[in-house]
Design a protein around this ligand. Structure first.
Ligand SMILES: Cc1cc2nc3c(=O)[nH]c(=O)nc-3n(C[C@H](O)[C@H](O)[C@H](O)COP(=O)(O)OP(=O)(O)OC[C@H]3O[C@@H](n4cnc5c(N)ncnc54)[C@H](O)[C@@H]3O)c2cc1C
Length: 502
C-alpha cells in the first residue's frame, strides 16, 4: 500500500484542507513539497552492537539474565537497564506501555538461537521484531522476550539476487539495490521491516507487474522453535518455505536472512486523478473494471477519504512500470465515464519514486487503527453504496477515515515457483479501512466497513492484522495446510500470540 494511501484529510477552520497521514509523510495532495521534519523521525531505535551501560542485576531466582547477556553478541535490555524504554518501542506509540521482561538486540544469527533456547528453558514467551510496524503490536510482549533482529541488516548482491538480513528496512533495501540498477516489489513505507512485510505477503505498486514481495524469495534462513537453523527454499524443506511465504511473521520461527530475485529498477509513470463526491459510485465501478482489464504493467489504487467537513474525497493513484501512465489514466477515465476534475501526470526515476511514495526516506511514529477485507470480485451496486456509506458516516462524525482499495491480479494472481501460502491469488483487491484515530469513532468506522462488504469479502490481509477476528480468516484455502505445518515445525506452539496459528 502506498503511503500516499495513508492520508486523512482534515479541514482546518472549515476552509483549507490540511493533510495529515498515519504512518509516513505525504506531500503531494496539496501540491506542496514539504520535507519530513528531521525531528519527527522517531522510528524504532536502530540497534548497535554495544552493550547497555548498566549490566543486568543478578537475580536470586528466575532467569539468569547475567549469563544470558554474556552469551549474546548483541545487547540485552531489561526494564532496569538504561535504553530499555527506546529499545522496546514499536512504530505505533500505543504499544509503548507493553513492557517485555527483556529485549534482545540480535547482531548475529547465533543470538537468535541463544534467545530462543533461553526463552524456552525459562518458560518465557518470545516474539520476533523486525521493523516494528505490526498493526496489533504483535512484535512486543508483556513479561516475555522481544527478539529484535534489527541489527541483522547486512546486504549483498550478485547475479540478480539480493541477500539481506531480516532486520533491514525497505528504504535501505531500495537505496542499496539502486546502485545495481535493481529493485524489489515492496510496500512503500521506508521504515517497514523487510521481514514482517515479506512473511505476510507484501503489496505495493509493482504487485501486478512482478508479484508480491514474498513471491520473490528464493530462499531464507530461519531459526525454528527447537533453536535449529534451516535454509529453506523450493528444494530444501519446501513445506516450511511454502508456509513462510504469506502466513505472516511470528508463526514458524525467526527468519534471519532472505535471498530475493530482484527486478529492474526502472522509471515509473504516475497519474493522480480525483473526482467530486457525486461521482463516487461511478469511480468505484470504473476502477473495478480497470483493475480487471488494465495491463499488468499498471497498478492503481482507489481512495475514498472522509473529510472533516462531512464530504468525501475520491481519488486514484496510478503507476505504470512502462514509465508512462498517460494511456492508463485515459483508460480509467473512460471506464468511469467522466473526466477527472483534477489530473496530474508525472514520470520519476526509480529512487525518486521510492521517496515520493514513501513521503521521504523515513517515517515518523504514528498512531492508527486499521482493518482489511479481501474482495473476491467486483462489488455490486448495493455493496458500493454500503462502502461509500461507511466512509460517509465517518465523515459526518468527523472521524478521520479512508477506504483504500489496492488491486491484485497480474503477476500476483500466479503462484511463484515453490508455491506460497498467501491465499488470495484469485481476488480482485484488498480494501483497507484506515483511521488515524484510535477512538470509538475509528472502531465504528472499521466495523461499518467490514459490514458493508461482508458478502464480497473472502477474508483479511494478514499484514493488516486486527484484533477481534479469527486467525483463520487470513488464510482462506491455505488454513488447514498451514495448521499442519504449524504442528510439524512448532509442535509445542512456542511461537504463540493471539494472532498466530495454533
Ligand atoms: C506505515 C505502514 C505502512 C505500511 N505499508 C504497507 C505496504 O505498502 N504494503 C504492505 O503489504 N503492507 C504494508 N504495511 C503493513 C506491514 O507490511 C506489516 O505491518 C508488517 O508486518 C510490518 O513488518 P515489520 O517487520 O515492520 O513489523 P514487526 O512488527 O517487526 O513484525 C510484524 C510481524 O512479523 C513478526 N516478525 C518480525 N520479524 C520477524 C522475523 N525476523 N521472523 C519471523 N517473524 C518476524 C513479528 O513478530 C510480528 O508478528 C504497512 C504498515 C505500516 C504501519
Amino acid at each position: 500500500m502506498s503511503l500516499l494511501d495513508r492520508r486523512t484529510l482534515l479541514i482546518a477552520g472549515g476552509a483549507a484542507a490540511a493533510v495529515t497521514l498515519a504512518g509516513c509523510s505525504d506531500r503531494t495532495d496539496t501540491g506542496g513539497t514539504a520535507s519530513p521534519s528531521p525531528t519527527a523521525s522517531t522510528a524504532p531505535t536502530s540497534t548497535t552492537s554495544s552493550k547497555p551501560s548498566s549490566t543486568p542485576a543478578p537475580t536470586s531466582s528466575g532467569p539468569n539474565w547475567n549469563s544470558f547477556a554474556r552469551a549474546l553478541e548483541g545487547p540485552l535490555y531489561l526494564p532496569s537497564t538504561s535504553g530499555y524504554a527506546a529499545a522496546h518501542q514499536l512504530f505505533d506509540p500505543r504499544w509503548d506501555s507493553v513492557r517485555p521482561a527483556a529485549v534482545v538486540k540480535a547482531t548475529k544469527p547465533s543470538d537468535v538461537q541463544q534467545a530462543i533456547t533461553f526463552a524456552r528453558a525459562n518458560k518465557l514467551a518470545l516474539v520476533p521484531k523486525s521493523g516494528g510496524h505490526s498493526y496489533v503490536g504483535a512484535s512486543t510482549i508483556a513479561d516475555g522476550v522481544q527478539l529484535d533482529v534489527g541489527g541483522l541488516k547486512s546486504m549483498s548482491y550478485a547475479n540478480d539476487v539480493l541477500t539481506v538480513g531480516a532486520g533491514a528496512r525497505l528504504y535501505d533495501v531500495h537505496v542499496f539495490l539502486d546502485r545495481y540498477g535493481r529493485s524489489l516489489p515492496t510496500g512503500t513505507c521506508p521504515t517497514v521491516g523487510v521481514a514482517g512485510l515479506t512473511l505476510g505477503g507484501g503489496m505495493g505498486v509493482h504487485t501486478r507487474t512482478y508479484g508480491l514481495t514474498c513471491d520473490r524469495v528464493v530462499s531464507m534462513d530461519v531459526v525454528t522453535a527447537d533453536g535449529m537453523s534451516h535454509t529453506v527454499s523450493a528444494d530444501a524443506e519446501p513445506e516450511l518455505f511454502w508456509a513462510l511465504r504469506g502466513s505472516g511473521g511470528g508463526n514458524f520461527g525467526v527468519v534471519t536472512s532472505f535471498r530475493f530475485a530482484t527486478i529492474p529498477a526502472t522509471k515509473l509513470g504516475f497519474f493522480r486523478l480525483s473526482w467530486p463526491e457525486p461521482q463516487a459510485a461511478a469511480v468505484v465501478r470504473g476502477w473495478q473494471q480497470f483493475a480487471q482489464s488494465a495491463p499488468t504493467t499498471v497498478w492503481a489504487n482507489l481512495h475514498v477519504d472522509a473529510r472533516s467537513n462531512g464530504t468525501l474525497a475520491i481519488r486514484v493513484l496510478g503507476v505504470s512500470t512502462t514509465g508512462d501512465a498517460t494511456a492508463a489514466a485515459a483508460q480509467l477515465e473512460s471506464l468511469v465515464g467522466a473526466k477527472a476534475s483534477a489530473r496530474t501526470l508525472s514520470v520519476k526515476s526509480h529512487l525518486e519514486a521510492v521517496k515520493y511514495l514513501g513521503g521521504g526516506t523515513t517515517s515518523p511514529r504514528q498512531r492508527f487503527l486499521a482493518g482489511s477485507d479481501v474482495l473476491k470480485g467486483p462489488l455490486d451496486a448495493a455493496t458500493i453504496t454500503g462502502l461509500l456509506g461507511a466512509v460517509k458516516a465517518a465523515a459526518r462524525a468527523a472521524t478521520p477515515a479512508s477506504a483504500i482499495l489496492d488491486p491484485l491480479g497480474g503477476q500476483a494472481a500466479k503462484q511463484p515457483a515453490g508455491g506460497s501460502s498467501w491465499p488470495w491469488r484469485s481476488a480482485l483487491a484488498v480494501i483497507q479501512w484506515y483511521s488515524s484515530a484510535q477512538n470509538k469513532g475509528a472502531q465504528t468506522f472499521i466495523a461499518n466497513g467490514h459490514a458493508a462488504v461482508r458478502s464480497a469479502s473472502a477474508g483479511g490481509y494478514v499484514n493488516y492484522v486486527e484484533t477481534g477476528r479469527a486467525v483463520s480468516s487470513y488464510y482462506g484455502a491455505s488454513a488447514s495446510r498451514l495448521d499442519a505445518a504449524k504442528k510439524k515445525y512448532d509442535p509445542d506452539n512456542f511461537f504463540h500470540t493471539p494472532y498466530t496459528l495454533g
